[in-house]
Each structure stands twice: as structure tokens, then as C-alpha cells.
Design a protein around this ligand. Structure first.
Ligand code: KIV
Ligand code: ZN
Length: 498
């Protein structure tokens, strides 16, 4: 008999802490609905006290989603808990996730406190939260570097106080898989009342061990795993949902099962990548562009004879369908709407009209419109509130000529123009841009990526620009990569130019 393993998705909380990748409430709802389709058990929707945006997102996600439990994060502080309770008021199933640092680093340097006082604060927070919500998860921050004996005391005390789930985060991604697994087993064996609560893993990927640590936690008794789509998150990210779901599906010997509909994995991955403007590395397990691509002759020959020679998973099981319908200039509005729905985006009316117009313009430039193009188009109206907009761009470049760019910027309704030369067309265009926006900006990162294939493809550009000691992220997408680069730079500028 297989045990149920609960999937706790924190894409919208821990995942969303990636600098420059914040989503607005409408985008968060799209992700939450896709997570519901995927079958996650718990959606951590935000940290309500942290900002009005987070507070509002928890409210709206609670209204939009029916089946999963909606969870809100707090510190072990009464006003955080009060705010979370208020934000969760529309949730059909709700959970408060409260906690405190338990490692000596946190106790000494963050709280200037003592072990006993930390236990008192943990217990008080759980008891307080329990007055409002039945389902309480407690996190022992930096549990990965917390002494097991003390961790067991904390866990025992919070279960007694009413915690239904105990989360053991490896906050810094430090643990080795065996060490993390042993920690979970230690708690199973040494905490009185441990069977009254579910043990949860929460692993960060700083040393590339998040998935291995999570699986080691499951082998040793954890029955909830905290994950993000594409493994996104601060620094090196969190454990990736798709890796865990497919490991559980492929390895029956683990004797646990999840509620994940794995065929929804790929659409969820594309949606999150597109909305957050975070490219997925090509060799990323399960969802990377090359994850199922066999290029060596020996592999191709084997796969053609029998896919199982070199493939342990069927790409269709994760929702990759090479034969999925490709849209063209002849596709109607209904076909576009349907494709968007499959990809987790439900839009109608004026917004659909806008995306459809952009779709027709793109279909004029390239023969086949892929899912990635569609997602890019659906996110295209993010420049609506920008005060700086590109009015026109003209570039001359080639071999044996000095690249020249002239461009016009519409800044709050007024047109500004400039021209410049550079060592390439992008350099020339950015120099022209800087003549208009006279600020000390430095380009720190610049990546260009073709969305799928073909010389008529849309190029996506990601940029990081430093201004006033802060890094700003920008994104642009266009069949003209010079235009995409300028759009990305302007996207960065709009983050600080008001
Ligand atoms: O990594 C961590 O410790 C966390 C907690 C707030 C759960 O994200
Ligand atoms: Zn975390």
C-alpha cells in the first residue's frame, strides 16, 4: 500500500522571491489555477504582512482556487498571524505557516536570544494561530544546521501546541542527502507525538542537492515536500516540483504516490517561465529544451528501435507533445483562446482582442506560432503602464560599415530622438538610448535566446542593468533581436524611471 505524499507548492512565495521576477496579482492567479490543474495539495500564496501586493494576492488566489489548501506565511509574530488570517478569509481550505529560526546562527545573531526563549516563541505563535485556523504548519528555519536534539525539542513542543505539519527547512542548502534523511529519521524516532503531524521537507539548492535531499527526507518518513515549478527561488532555487513528481512516478520502490497530473507539468513550466521572464536552462531535468533530445547517432538509433533503450520517461507523460497544434495566420480567435486555455491563461474580451491582434502581426512574420510564442504574446501587455516607450528604431549595420542607430522614445507623451554609432547595432542603439535617458546605467547581463527554432523565430532578450547600486531586470521579445534588446533595456529603465 502506497503512502500519500503531499505536494506543497511555494512557487508564488519562495519562488517569487527571485529579484526582478515578481508577478502581479493577475499573473499569480494564472499560476495558481495552473497549479490546481496540476493537482498540487497546497499552494503557498504569499507572505501577507510583507506587502499590500502579497496581501491582496492571497485574497484573490483564495477566491480563484477551489480544491488546494491555500497557505500564508508568517513570522512567529501576532501581527503577521492576524494579517494572514485576514488574507485567508475567502480560502475554502486554509493553512497558516508560521515559524522561527532554530539554528545557533539564528538564535545568537538574528534574535540575540536563548534556546528556551525560542521554544516559548514558537509555541506561543502556534497556539495563537490555532485560535483562528485549524491547519497550522510550523517551520524551524535553518533546521538543516540545527542540532538534532534541540530540533526534536522544538518539534515536540509545537506539535503539542497544535501544529499539524512540521517543516524542516534546509534554508541554506547545506545538508548532504544522508545527513538530511537522518535528521528526518531522528525526528520520527525521538519526538513524542510525531505521528500527530506530517513532516515536511523544504530544501534549497545552493549545493545542487535540493532534490536529492528531498527524496532522502521522503525515504526517511517525510510525507509532504515543498517545491517550486522549474525549481525557481532565491539564489540557486528550491526543490523542483517536476523532478520530485517524476522521481515518484518512475520509482515505485519509494512506495508513495502524489496527486500530480504529470501531463500538466510542461504547460505549468512554460507558464511560470514566461510570466516570470525566467528562461529554463536547456539541460534542466524534465522540462529543459534538451531533456528528451537525443543527438548522438547511437542514442537515436536505439530510441527509434525502442524508446525504452535510452528513455526512462515518455515525454507525453510530462505534457510534451511534439504534435501539438501549431497556430498559423489562418487560425481564428477561438483557436488562440483555446490554446491559451490549455496553457493556463483564461482571457476574454478586450484583452483577448489585443493578444489576437499581436498574434496576427507575428503570424505575418513567421509561419508557425508555437506555445512559447503564444505565452510571450499573452504577457506582452506588461508594458502598458510604462512611462518610457519605444516609438521607432532604425538601425544600419553589416560588414564594412559602422553600425548606426537612431531611435525615438515616447516619455510620458513627449517624443525624444537621438542617434549614435557603436561597435555593433545593439551597442549603437543603447548609446542612442543613453543620450536621451541621461543616467549612470551599466549593462550587467545580456542574454539572447531564440524561442524555438527557425530563422524567423522570435528572440527573447533578458537584461540586467545596474543603476544607483541596484540591479533591474528587463525583458524584450521580438522577431528583430535588436528591437528585442532595446525593448529589454527600456523595460529595465521603466523599473526606476517614474
Ligand atoms: O527556506 C526557508 O527556511 C523558508 C522558510 C520561511 C519556510 O523559506
Ligand atoms: Zn525557503
Amino acid at each position: 500500500m502506497e503512502d500519500r505524499l503531499y505536494i506543497f507548492d511555494t512557487t508564488l512565495r519562495d519562488g517569487e522571491q527571485v529579484p526582478g521576477c515578481q508577478l502581479n496579482t493577475v499573473e499569480k492567479i494564472q499560476v495558481a489555477k495552473q497549479l490546481e490543474l496540476l493537482g498540487v495539495d497546497v499552494i503557498e500564496a504569499g507572505f501577507p504582512i510583507s506587502s499590500p501586493g502579497d496581501f491582496n494576492s492571497v485574497i484573490e488566489i483564495s477566491k480563484a482556487v477551489t480544491w488546494p489548501t491555500i497557505c500564508a506565511l508568517t513570522r512567529a509574530v501576532e501581527k503577521d498571524i492576524d494579517t494572514a488570517v485576514e488574507a485567508l478569509r475567502y480560502a475554502k481550505h486554509k493553512r497558516i505557516h508560521t515559524g522561527i529560526g532554530t539554528s545557533d546562527y539564528h538564535i545568537k545573531y538574528k534574535f540575540n536570544s536563548t534556546h528556551d526563549e525560542i521554544i516559548q516563541r514558537a509555541v506561543a505563535a502556534v497556539k495563537y494561530a490555532k485560535k483562528f485556523v485549524e491547519d497550522i504548519e510550523f517551520y524551524a528555519e535553518d533546521a538543516g544546521r540545527t542540532d538534532n536534539e534541540f530540533l526534536a525539542r522544538v518539534v515536540e513542543a509545537v506539535i503539542k501546541a497544535g501544529a499539524t505539519v512540521v517543516n524542516i527547512p534546509d534554508t541554506t542548502g547545506y545538508c548532504l542527502p544522508e545527513e538530511y534523511g537522518n535528521k528526518i529519521r531522528y525526528l520520527k524516532e525521538h519526538v513524542d507525538g510525531i505521528d500527530k503531524a506530517i513532516i515536511s521537507t523544504h530544501c534549497h539548492n545552493d549545493l545542487g542537492m535540493a532534490t536529492a535531499n528531498t527524496i532522502s527526507g521522503v525515504i526517511n518518513g517525510a510525507r509532504q515536500v515543498e517545491v517550486t515549478v522549474n525549481g525557481i527561488g532565491e539564489r540557486a532555487g528550491n526543490t523542483s516540483l517536476e523532478e520530485i513528481a517524476m522521481i515518484i512516478k518512475c520509482h515505485k520502490s519509494l512506495a508513495v504516490s502524489t496527486n500530480i497530473n504529470t501531463t500538466k507539468i510542461y504547460p505549468a513550466s512554460r507558464l511560470v517561465s514566461s510570466l516570470m521572464n525566467m528562461p529554463v536552462q536547456p539541460n534542466k531535468a524534465i522540462v529543459g529544451r534538451n531533456a528528451f533530445a537525443h543527438s548522438s547517432g547511437i542514442h537515436q538509433d536505439g530510441v527509434l528501435k525502442n524508446t525504452q533503450t535510452y528513455e526512462i520517461m515518455d515525454p507525453k507523460d510530462v505534457g510534451i507533445d511534439e504534435n501539438s497544434i501549431v497556430l498559423t495566420a489562418r487560425s481564428g480567435r477561438a483557436a488562440l483562446k483555446h490554446r491559451l486555455q490549455v496553457l493556463g491563461i483564461d482571457i476574454d474580451g478586450e484583452r483577448l482582442d489585443k493578444v489576437y491582434d499581436a498574434f496576427l502581426r507575428l503570424a505575418d512574420q513567421k509561419k508557425e506560432i508555437t506555445d512559447d510564442d503564444v505565452l510571450m504574446l499573452a504577457g506582452a501587455d506588461r508594458s502598458a503602464g510604462h512611462s518610457v516607450k519605444l516609438d521607432y528604431l532604425q538601425v544600419t549595420s553589416g560588414l564594412g560599415v559602422r553600425p548606426v542607430a537612431s531611435l525615438g522614445l515616447n516619455i510620458a507623451g513627449e517624443l525624444f530622438e537621438a542617434a549614435a554609432t557603436g561597435n555593433g547595432p545593439v551597442d549603437a542603439a543603447i548609446k542612442a538610448l543613453k543620450q536621451i535617458i541621461r543616467r549612470q546605467m551599466t549593462l550587467r547581463e545580456f542574454t539572447i535566446q531564440a524561442i524555438s527554432k527557425g530563422s524567423d523565430d522570435v528572440g527573447k532578450v533578458h537584461m540586467q542593468v545596474e543603476y544607483n547600486n541596484q540591479i533591474y531586470y528587463g525583458f524584450g521579445a521580438n522577431t528583430d533581436i535588436i528591437a528585442a534588446s532595446v525593448e529589454a533595456y527600456i523595460d529595465c529603465i521603466n523599473k526606476f524611471h517614474h
